[in-house]
Design a protein around this ligand. Structure first.
Ligand code: FES
Ligand SMILES: [Fe+2]
Length: 450
């Protein structure tokens, strides 16, 4: 693949060899190289289905919510027909943003520079002094806001800027859909107003890598362990389940083994409670309809899903986007949601709890952010960046088990299968010149020994 070499000032990064899935060794310049970063914006964010918002955030016509696809600002807006449009927030006259608010309600988007005015579907409605200054030569039909492709899955709105992308349902596959379904175990949800946004001085991939990482918890979050906010049980280091899906989607973390699940079912049938973390969470999963929705393997997983590239689903009624801001900076967006019919007082309690776990004031992310930032610094140093990183934990030691339903998982101890899958998939996205090439050449999730 001749185009797979990225030339930088100092050296060349050979994308074909920057990650070796057989050895688990990674070229760490992928975290600091400007040329790699620019290609990521085009080949990954410009091509993927990106999470934009939940339908409950823009329920009425005229409601809008602004977000990003890579570094491109976009506006999700519900138009007068009830459809959701995702529009590039850049005026085709001089490029000014046509919407400066993070969310709100409007009848149109009026550009603050010269006053071009755009409808809720992006079409150009009016231009000041069109007849006098443009002499009626402007074909307004050609100069609307760029509209992305938009599709939804169970109320989650995604958009892509690539017309050749497969349908969202197919893109998510069963693993991406499972990641979203895990948020729906209490039924319909509504997203709460207010998205926590803060920036960390880290490469976005270190943040993604970490969501699969159940190795760091006891060390990075040692203080949370000391005061009893996190326990060994909650981490389930010997009961880990990793689920890998096409195009880089993955779920990694605690999983109930068949035996533990059977024990839990027995206790539940006998009306006995158990304070352990997984039992508290598993109480949702006794409902046959939930088991049906999540599937025979999925309903035993309590791991963290990543919807490739950058949407992390936690099990704290929170969801997090990691939006790239250059190779050395990432904007972290925390969304909070609750069951659709939860009374306001209980929603407030949920918000309080959520604010104290993740987010800028949460007791977990402050620990993580420091480490990701310093890992990013380590990918900048002239000497350190030339030394590879080690992703070998559990490599070749585990086995994928398949269920007749078509679901599959690796059930093992703490491991780095999720991270390896992320970098392998990342490499394939970066190597492919088109969606057609990516569809033809991407790896299917592994079978047998991994
Ligand atoms: S930049 Fe928008 S009207 Fe000129
Ligand atoms: Fe962490």
């Amino acid at each position: 693949m001749s185009e797979a070499i990225i030339t930088t000032d100092r050296s060349s990064i050979d994308l074909d060899n920057c990650y070796n899935e057989l050895t688990g060794v990674l070229d760490r310049r992928i975290f600091s190289d400007e040329a790699v970063y620019q290609e990521e914006l085009k080949r990954i964010f410009g091509r993927a289905w990106n999470f934009i918002c939940h339908e409950s955030q823009i329920p009425e016509s005229g409601n809008f919510f602004t977000n990003f696809i890579g570094e491109d600002e976009v506006i999700a807006v519900r138009d007068r027909t009830g459809a959701v449009n995702v529009l590039l927030n850049s005026c085709p006259h001089r490029g000014n943003t046509v919407c400066r608010a993070e969310l709100g309600t409007t009848r149109s988007f009026f550009c603050s520079y010269h006053g071009w005015n755009f409808d809720l579907d992006g079409s150009l409605l009016a231009v000041p002094n069109e007849d006098a200054f443009y002499r009626n030569d402007l074909d307004k039909r050609q100069w609307g806001l760029v509209a992305a492709r938009v599709e939804t899955y169970k109320g989650f709105v995604f958009a892509t800027l690539d017309p050749d992308a497969p349908k969202l349902f197919e893109y998510l596959g069963w693993v991406g859909r499972l990641g979203i379904d895990m948020m729906l175990v209490d039924g319909d949800i509504r997203f709460l107003d207010g998205v926590h946004k803060n920036r960390l001085k880290c490469n976005w991939k270190f943040a993604v890598d970490n969501l699969f990482d159940w190795y760091h918890v006891k060390v990075s979050h040692g203080s949370a362990f000391k005061v009893g906010l996190v326990t060994e049980d909650a981490m389930a280091p010997n009961d880990q389940m990793v689920i890998l899906g096409e195009y880089g989607h993955g779920i990694g973390g605690p999983g109930l083994t068949h035996e533990r699940q059977a024990e839990f079912d027995q206790r539940h049938a006998a009306g006995e409670g158990d304070p352990k973390w997984y039992d508290l969470h598993a109480s949702h999963r006794t409902d046959p309809a939930i088991r049906e929705m999540l599937g025979p393997i999925g309903f035993r997983s309590f791991g963290h899903p990543n919807i490739f590239p950058n949407l992390w689903v936690t099990h704290t009624r929170q969801m997090c986007l990691r939006i790239p801001r250059g190779p050395f900076e990432t904007e972290i967006w925390w969304f909070n949601y609750v069951p659709a019919d939860l009374p306001e007082a209980q929603s407030q309690q949920t918000i309080f709890r959520q604010n104290h776990i993740f987010g800028p004031a949460g007791f977990l992310e402050q620990d993580d952010g420091e480490n990701w930032s310093h890992s990013t610094r380590g990918a900048k140093g002239t000497q350190s960046k030339m030394r590879p990183l080690n992703f070998t934990m559990g490599l070749g030691r585990d086995k994928v088990s398949n269920d007749p339903s078509g679901q599959s998982a690796i059930e093992t101890v703490v491991n780095e299968h999720g991270q390896r899958w992320t970098y392998q998939s990342w490499k394939e996205w970066m190597q492919a010149d088109t969606w057609e090439a990516l569809m033809a050449n991407h790896s299917k999730p592994p079978e047998g020994n991994v």
